[in-house]
Design a protein. Structure first.
Length: 103
């Protein structure tokens, strides 16, 4: 796990609509990949793709249980990204960017 990460990229991941719905599912505890894929209407491979950066940098954890990939969120680390004043502006910009796509 690499501790150096691009904060803007993490914020972009968190505010992507599909990835944010996956993260919302993980707020309630660990979930297996097939469950997350079904809930998000995407393939398991796409779940891995969408979470890859967050996995690589320790924002999401992956474990194997009975041959299945199970994900859990590092809530403390994710919260620090949002609460960090340096990233607050990036978060606002991310929301504004998402709003511009929607309008």
């Amino acid at each position: 796990m690499d501790n150096a990460f691009d904060r803007e990229k993490v914020v972009d991941c968190m505010f992507d609509p599909v990835t944010s719905s996956i993260l919302a599912e993980l707020e309630d505890g660990e979930k297996d990949c097939s469950f997350l894929a079904e809930k998000s209407s995407i393939s398991e491979n796409e779940v891995f793709e969408r979470l890859s950066y967050l996995l690589e940098h320790g924002f999401i954890f992956e474990n194997s249980a009975n041959g299945k990939s199970v994900f859990s969120a590092n809530a403390e680390k994710l919260t620090q990204i949002i609460e960090n004043s340096d990233t607050f502006n990036a978060t606002i910009e991310g929301l504004e960017k998402m709003d511009s796509y929607l309008n």
